[in-house]
Design a protein around this ligand. Structure first.
Ligand code: PGD
Length: 762
């Protein structure tokens, strides 16, 4: 039996004589994640050996430089020996660097990969490309693109994300006001690993001691039923209007904390003028908001009054900022919390992400963790991560980011390891066109994801089950040594081994590997870390390895976000222009962006602009799935059990289904001006009428020629919009769009979403 780890929990694993993987969760985990039910799929449907796309291979074997090619995603693949695959990768990297320079390589390579400190695909690829002289990189994440950029501007840093008030300091909260809920599915995972799933227990304890929960959002099941929350079923993307209206009630009724606003915030006069309508003639009353949000004005007014009299935590789900104008709900929620005056105190204030990932609310370990150094990237070019298709489609084009005017570099080679852009990016037709522009796409993958199926060179990598590693996330209290359950499957190699071999062909082996094997790296990373930890006495490597884990030094488990600022706003002034929380930003105002003005504002629902908004009757929520992590292990048993007729489920309210003449369990077509996907229909009265919900992560599988369906398996990102949250943050806005849903009358195409693409038989 060996101890293993994943983003969704630790487990013991045994591979029996028949090759079946037996899994048992770590008994110390209070509530193990059901996603462990997908783990054994790591051993199935693997890429067995290196492959090259036929059209690309023909060019390079004939000695021609490859170029843009719209056969990516449709072409056949040819098996390669590793020696040739390494040579081809090295030659192409060498050619692009020599002819175009290192900035012509895009190595942003976004993605969650798998848990592990050394076999961390992003660290590996960045270290490798830095050893070759650098690459065009990416900034921010698909998770929090708008949040971090906005927080830097109006709070001076991202402390609501990096140092939130701990659960232990919320033990006296009386009222949890949850915009977008705190869904158990999201709290089940944590980037880098999680030893204990405690979020549901914290919420249950709060409920048992009498705290009240209010959920504002279109889906009732975004909060556990046992919390007996009051559900205000907002229209998707209208949270800002509800927040502004509650702020207006506090202002009009004199219920806001004037002393807090005066001492700790900047720009309240501009914000209050907007609330009361002196700027635009529209007072942001509950009646005004009710028409936009579809909830009662009385409920909003009552909630505002209740919040002003109780210890209240306002929590915003991360999904709120993952749509057009995603900065606004964040800023409006922060302003509302500031008016309540509880920021910097225990039991209340502002939160952005309780329930978004499992570790949120557990204080981060401030001490270092063993970390693979990534080296230095001398190339200054970068993009905000979600603008990858814009960059590939518009080399040299101008764009704005964080208040600066920049230009997209011209990319010839894209290298990806540890992510799946055909899962995480929006408007997949457009992404396909974007990937057709480059000369070469090199991908390390264990599975035939759509990203691998678009690659020119597919290099098969191991999964975490085939590797030893060191594991701990920032919120963990133990560093673990995990052991491979089995040797590498097929001809797969660790990312490290692949990069090392290519680096050797390019004369960069010493810079990349420092001559160390994987085992030597694990020991070196651990020992370097152990020395950094002095005076804490951590065990020497052989003892740590034999024990399988070591406890990390104890830290203060009781933290209150902004406590220092509240205690002394001069000494602990924020790093904003004013030193305070900015309710008005002179810089944003001066930038003059209509989609991110100088104070929190209602700019629209953020799903689709007219005329599309009017053309498609249903508001679609494209959120993170409950049955897998993102797109990982979609072929696993737990994920497969959620499918309907082999498609990703689409949820509608029974009333909408009745009006459309649809029944639960049937295959439906979900479409808008970007494309069409098939889905299996599920009905629930936990969703607001007029809305549809479809999770991300079903693997992209284009329909047979002529059937007109972009994805027969139900990849919702065919339908979502590839536009930045605003000119300021340029975050991912994939959460909301609009669609129509109709019965699918054609034959239901059989699926090969998880299998190998066509191969050339020589
Ligand atoms: P994953 O499915 O986790 O998705 O996007 P992300 O690309 O991270 O992809 C990880 C890939 O890495 C998998 O294919 C897996 O096989 C591979 N992999 C795992 N381990 C290794 C390894 O060791 N080496 C290599 N080479 N590969 C490995 C997630 C992204 O999607 C995120 S974080 C968010 S929050 C966004 N959410 C939404 C959303 O809410 N709505 C929409 N519409 N779209 C979204 N996209 C974003």
């Amino acid at each position: 039996m060996t101890r293993q780890s994943s983003h969704w929990g630790d487990f013991d694993a045994v591979l029996d004589a028949d090759g079946n993987l037996q899994i048992s969760p770590d008994p110390r985990d209070a509530a193990p994640s059901p996603l462990l039910g997908n783990i054994s799929a790591n051993l199935r449907q693997r890429i067995d050996r290196p492959y090259a796309r036929r059209g690309w291979l023909q060019s390079v074997r004939a000695g021609r430089a490859p170029g843009p090619d719209n056969r990516r995603g449709k072409d056949e693949y040819e098996a390669l020996e590793w020696s040739e695959a390494i040579e081809l990768a090295a030659n192409e990297l060498g050619r692009v660097i020599a002819q175009q320079g290192n900035s012509a390589i895009y190595g942003g390579s976004y993605g969650w990969g798998s848990a592990g400190r050394f076999h961390h695909a992003q660290s590996q690829i960045h270290r490798f490309l830095n050893a070759l002289g650098g690459y065009t990189s990416s900034r921010q994440t698909y998770s929090l693109g708008a949040a971090r950029v906005l927080f830097e501007q109006v709070l001076g840093d991202d402390r609501p994300l990096s140092a939130p008030t701990s659960w232990s300091a919320l033990a006296g909260t009386e009222l949890f006001v949850c915009f977008g809920g705190m869904p158990a599915k999201n709290a089940g995972v944590n980037a880098g690993g999680i030893t204990n799933h405690a979020t549901a227990l914290h919420l249950r304890e709060a409920c048992q001691r009498g705290a009240r929960f209010v959920l504002l959002g279109p889906q009732r099941d975004d909060l556990a039923t046992e919390l007996a929350a009051q559900w205000l079923a907002l229209r998707p993307g209208t949270d800002t209007a509800a927040m502004l209206a509650m702020a207006q009630v506090l202002l009009e009724e004199g219920r806001y904390d004037r002393a807090f606003i005066e001492q700790y915030t900047h720009g309240s006069a501009d914000f209050f003028a907007y609330l009361s309508g002196t700027v635009d003639g529209v007072p942001k009353t509950p009646e005004w908001a009710a028409r936009l949000c579809g909830v009662g004005a009385c409920e909003l007014r009552d909630l505002a009054r209740e919040m002003s009299g109780r210890k209240t935590l306002i929590n915003l789900a991360w999904s709120l900022q993952r749509s057009r104008y995603g900065e606004q709900p964040l800023w409006a929620g922060l302003a509302l919390a500031a008016m309540l005056g509880q920021i910097g105190l225990p039991d209340g204030g502002f939160g952005h992400g309780y329930g978004a990932v499992g570790g949120f609310g557990t204080p981060r370990n401030p001490l270092p963790l063993p970390t693979l150094p990534q080296g230095r990237n001398p190339v200054g070019d970068f993009i905000p991560v979600a603008r990858v298709a814009d960059m590939l489609l518009d080399p040299g084009g101008a764009y704005d980011y964080a208040g600066e005017r920049r230009r997209y570099p011209s990319i010839k080679l894209v290298y990806w390891a540890g992510g799946n852009p055909f899962h995480h990016h929006q408007d997949l037709r457009r992404l396909s066109t974007a990937f057709a522009q480059v000369d070469s796409l090199i991908v390390h993958e264990a599975f035939w994801t759509a990203t691998a199926r678009h690659a020119d060179l597919v290099l098969p990598c191991t999964t975490h089950l085939e590797r030893d590693d060191l594991v701990a996330s920032r919120e963990d209290r133990r560093l673990r040594f995990v052991e491979a359950v089995c040797p590498p499957l097929g001809q797969s190699r660790d990312d490290y081994g692949i990069f090392r071999a290519i680096a050797a062909r390019l004369g960069a082996e010493a810079a990349f590997s420092q001559g160390r094997s994987e085992r030597q790296w694990l020991e070196a990373l651990y020992e370097q870390w152990r020395q950094q930890m002095t005076p804490h006495a951590m065990p020497h490597y052989p003892y740590f390895r034999a024990a399988g884990e070591c406890e990390l030094p104890a830290i203060d488990e009781h933290t209150v976000c902004f406590a220092d600022f509240r205690q002394d706003p001069v000494r602990h002034a924020l790093k904003t222009a004013s030193g305070r929380i900015e309710l008005f930003s002179a810089r944003l105002h001066a930038l003059g962006y209509p989609d991110c003005p100088g104070h929190p504002a209602w700019l629209g629902p953020g799903d689709e602009p007219e005329p599309q908004a009017a053309a498609y009757p249903l508001s679609l929520i494209a959120n993170n799935p409950a049955s897998r992590l993102h797109s990982q292990l979609d072929h696993g048993a737990f994920s497969q059990a959620s499918k309907i007729q082999g498609r990703e489920p689409l949820t509608l309210h029974p009333r909408d289904a009745l009006a459309l003449g649809l029944e639960a369990g049937q295959v439906v077509r979900v479409s808008n001006h970007r494309g069409q996907v098939l889905a299996g229909l599920r009905l629930s009265d936990d969703i607001r009428p007029g809305c549809a919900q479809m999770a991300t992560g079903a693997w992209y599988q284009p329909g047979p020629d002529g059937c007109g369906v972009d994805c027969v398996h139900g990849n919702v990102n065919v339908l979502t919009s590839d536009v930045g949250t605003s000119r300021f943050s340029q975050g991912c806005s994939g959460q909301l769009t609009r669609v129509e849903v109709s019965a699918w009358h054609g034959p239901v195409p059989s699926g090969n979403a998880h299998g190998a693409p066509g191969r050339k038989h020589s």
